[in-house]
Structures are given as structure tokens and as C-alpha cells.
Design a protein around this ligand. Sequence first.
Ligand code: PLP
Length: 456
Amino acid sequence: MRQDDGEALVAKDARHVLHPWADLSALGTGTSLVVTEASGVEVVDAAGRKYLDAIGGMWCVTVGYGRQELVDAMSAQASRMPYFTPFADVSNEPAAELAATLAELSPGDLNRVHFTTCGSTAVDSAVRIAHLYFAAQGRPEKRHVLSRTDAYHGSTYLGASLSGKEADRTRFHYENEWVHHLESPGYDPDTSPVTAAERLAGLLEGMEAAIAALGADTIACFVAEPVLASGGVLVPPPGYHEATRELCRRHDILYISDEVVTGFGRLGHFFASEARFGIVPDLLVTAKGLTSGYQPLGAVLISDRIADALARTADPAKPVFSNGFTYSGHPVACATALANIEVMRREDVCGHVRDVGPYFVGRLRELRASPIVAAVRGDHLMACVECHVPGESGPTLRNQALAARVDRHCETSGLLVRPFENLCIMSPPLVVTKGEIDRIVDIMADALARAERDLR
Ligand code: PLP
């Protein structure tokens, strides 16, 4: 791309695009990094500068950029049949094939698939299914939803209400009457003043108290990311998942596992719920890595138990399942997901993540030697570096400014990380090599040293 073309593109973007999660006070005044090309783990901006993408697009580009197998699958499907509605009693070939493949990959009896367009619409749909399930049993009062502080579940009105990141609660309206947030469940053995067992006991006590206060008869579901992603890579203490699953079972509360980020290999397995944390949820939500981000697609995996109950209890007067989108199960997206899964299986991408994941987190932990690093948290290929001005803790304005400075230094050195509050979050493509991990850590170490010098 010629330089003046690149500048014109950046100007068009600044003038006309309202970016998701943009700083409104700076609308139209700033310039964005406009990416024009990508290959492997690298992207190239409109000015021709290369960056190692340690964000993986937005936690989603798992098999790397420029995979010809995925491009070929997209192109072949688009030529053959680019679209056909999946509504009611019609469907399309890739959607049927993908649903069967997902049933094979998923834990337990999660054998029924409801396709959506993205993670947010999948979370919304999962909660609607939970509501429908209880309403059909003549228990419509079972409608309250338990989520957690620091969770992120999407950007529809319901997804935003389920999300529990305080910084994201702005002047929009939020559903607070039937959505409730339990305590954020992260446990960091490096910084916590209590043991993991004490932390677990406290979290479970809190959840039991919330269930008792609302009444189990009024609660439809619990929605939980196995590891909280954009809330700050928060890993719950050992035993948390099994214990919360058991609590839900005991109180007849449906367990919805939000694997939009943790699904498709990021924690070393196609799904983390069972393989990493020993639980089989009632409903499992996935998106992002399902297509490696090459196409927008989400899915709710539903247990046979729930699906059969929905069928058995359908309203004879209005048996329709009134949920779904024009682009649910889009054939090009489903064909892409099938090609993506084939690549992941052939190259044992999950095995690769189990190999490089601990190396990634281990190398990042070396950065704790920097006086401006308060903590390093991670699990396989999701991690974050928490920054602080020495002596100051939490997401204070100064700590946030410091993380933004580290982020800028990374960017000028050719590394993309994602700033959130006082964190630099990383979720590189799953095919990242140990050599590329070394590059990420070296650039981050240099950026931290520069940001520390800036403080003086
Ligand atoms: N759930 C989780 C855990 C997420 O991280 C996200 C997005 O980052 C979503 C849901 C929403 O997905 P989408 O942005 O595809 O709507």
C-alpha cells in the first residue's frame, strides 16, 4: 500500500468509524492502528509496520493468520452455496456437519447445537433457553441469573448486564432486577493473604448465601467463564468449578459455561470445562476460536437432558422456539469452523498449547522482577501483566496510565498487547512458537524498563 493511501485510510477511519469500546471523548480526534495484512502471528498496518499480535485478533485468531485451508474452505463454500436460512425446518450442509462434529468434541451429553452469530448472541440464547426450560415446567419464577463480578459475557443488552466489570458499566441501562453478581472468583497464590482452601470456602459461602437470599426456586442459571478472560485473566482456586457445579445441581440451577475464550484450545483442550476443570455443564457457549476468528459464529451446546425436556414440554398452542438470527449457522462460517477443527486436529494444536502454555506463563513470570509489575497471572495461552506505580495498588488512574504507557512502548517496538485498566492482557495465536514467546517477553521487558524510566 502506498503511504498516502495508508494515510487516507487512517483519516477515513477517524472520520467515520465508531469503534466498539472507543473513548467517546476522543471521537474523531485520534488515529487508529489500521491493519491491512496479516500472516502467521504477525499483522501489518497501513503504514507497512509489522507487529507480533499477542492479542490474537481479539482472543480469537487461534491457528494464525493466512491459513490457506480456511481460506479455501470459505471460498469453496461461498461459490457452492453462500447462504441459506437455518430457520425452522430447513438447514444447510456445513451447519449439520459442524453440529455433529461439535457434539463429538464436547463433554458429556452436550449433543444439541443452537448456532448464533457471535459470543454475545450465544450467551443471550443460553439464558433464554434456561428461562424457557423452567417456564415450560410451569416454574416461570425460576428466572434470576447468577453471574460474577469481573465477568465478561458480551455486548448485547443482556450480555452487558451479565458482565461484571465495573469499568464497563457506563450510562447505558443494565438489568439489575434479575441479574446478580457473585464475588469475583480469582485466586492468585503469589499475592493472596489467604490459602486457596480458605478462598474457596469464602467463595462457596458467598454463593450459598446468595442462593439462600434469592431462594433457589427463583434462580434459573449460573453463567461462568472457567477462567475470567477480559476481567483480568482471573483463575479461581482449585476445586471451585466442581463445587459450584455441585451447588447448581443441588439447587436445580442450570450451569452455563461461557467458553467463548477458553474453548478451542486456549487452555490446551477443545473445551476446558471437563478436560481441565472436571465438570460437564448443562449448556456450553462458544464462539471466537470456533472459526479462528476467520468468520463470525457462535454456538450454544445443549445437553440432551435439556433439549429433550424442551421438546417434551413444548407449548401445544405455540410450540415454536422463538430464538435465532438470520446468520445463525451461516454456511460459510460453519465450513470455516469445520476446516479450522480439521487443522487443529491434524496439527494437534491443543497438544502444542499444553507444551508452550506453561513456557509462556513461566517466561512472563520473570517480569515480576520489574518494580512496576504488581503481578503476572496466566493459564496456558491467556495471561496478563498487572502494572503499578511502586507503592500504589489497584486500577488507580496513575496505574492505568502506566499500563497504557507500557502498551504504547510495546506497540512502538512491534508488539500488540491489550490494555485494560492497569493490565496488559495477552492471548497470542495458539500456534505461537517458543521463539516468538521469547520475543514477546523480551519486548515486554524492554517496554516495562522504559515505562519505569518515564516515571523518574
Ligand atoms: N463471553 C466471553 C467470555 C467473551 O470474552 C466475549 C468477548 O470477548 C463474549 C462472551 C462476547 O463475544 P462476542 O464479542 O463474540 O459477542
